[in-house]
Design a protein around this ligand. Sequence first.
Ligand SMILES: Cc1cc2nc3c(=O)[nH]c(=O)nc-3n(C[C@H](O)[C@H](O)[C@H](O)COP(=O)(O)O)c2cc1C
Length: 384
Amino acid sequence: MAQSRRLFLKIAGASALTLAAAGAGLGVFAATRTPVRALIPWEEAVSGVHGDPRLRALAWAILAPNPHNIQPWLFELVGEDAVRVWHDPDRRLPQTDPFDRQIVIGFGCMLELLRMAAAEAGLAAQITPFPEGGGSPRLDDRPIAHVRFSPGGTQPDPLFAHAAARRSNKTRYDARPVPLEVLDAVHIAAAPRLDARLTNEPGAVGALKTLTGRALEVELVTPRTFGESIDLMRFGKREIEAQPDGIAIRGAVLEGLHHAGILTRETLADTGSRAFRDTVEMYDGLIGSAQAFAVLVSPGASREDEIAAGRDWVRLNLAATSQGLGFHPLSQALQEFEEMAPWLEAAQDMLAPDGGRVQMIARMGYAGDAPRTPRWPLESRVMS
Ligand SMILES: Cc1cc2nc3c(=O)[nH]c(=O)nc-3n(C[C@H](O)[C@H](O)[C@H](O)COP(=O)(O)O)c2cc1C
């Protein structure tokens, strides 16, 4: 939502006066609207400010992709060499992710980054997912994972070099095709354990655009599911700094639209509003610009499958980064709420006809830079 070019074009013409009236002298305003505090965790990971090697690795782990950037993790340092990973029960997505499937995939992404960051420091991370069993149908108060670190017995992972540059790139992609050799290189570098398929074949790309686009519309027109996203939107620098999670609506233009009353929680919730129409149109444009897709299928639908999917997923994202490709998850068709059922069935039929669970779908393409997303400071996620 942060890249509403169409909204930008509209505001640049018709609503310039409104912006001025809102007191937004755009030049000065623009220069000051990038969040600062909310992005410090990225710098802290790179510069390795923490003394305890577990914290140094966790500083990278919290930069993992995770649904709606909800950052559901809590960490308990155990003894001298272990970390117990817990789920914050207040950080769920009950409407769009009623069984916590995406939340657990996000934990898998985080655990793989944790392993890679530890390996970089010569520490092997032995990860035991759900040491006391996994919550079903929803997560409960049992731990998500136990991780024990020990020196030696591991190799640095070449993909880790791309951890600071990795993004979920939600911009519109170039028309430049993505060659099959590049997709092969992504697959080889990611070395997924599950069934990962990357395609630039026009028929498959077209079918995936239709699936992801139609499913997205369902989420947007279902008030309680789009409402969940709206509640997680942080409009402008002040809100982002105060709550560095969720969906950051950032940049001078969007913040100006917000202050002008054009782009607000209320206008977005109104399917007749211009803000809502522009949002739908923006997503159509983003999906329409996909040049390739990645699909990840796990053999089963257990909690362990979800963790394994997350571990593969961040590797695919890092490998795409290594090839200069934008990578943007589009999860709506895979969600388990009632109105989505026909699209989930279509996704399963199309992408896993012989069984298994489609866990993730992403569009890919060559793209410009995307900004870092905010994170809560590591200290706020470590239990004392
Ligand atoms: C399980 C999962 C599902 C996701 N689904 C979507 C999605 O449907 N649409 C989207 O724009 N981003 C999706 N994302 C990407 C997150 O929004 C993104 O990881 C988060 O905002 C943090 O940003 P970053 O990956 O650039 O660090 C998903 C990520 C994960 C791990």
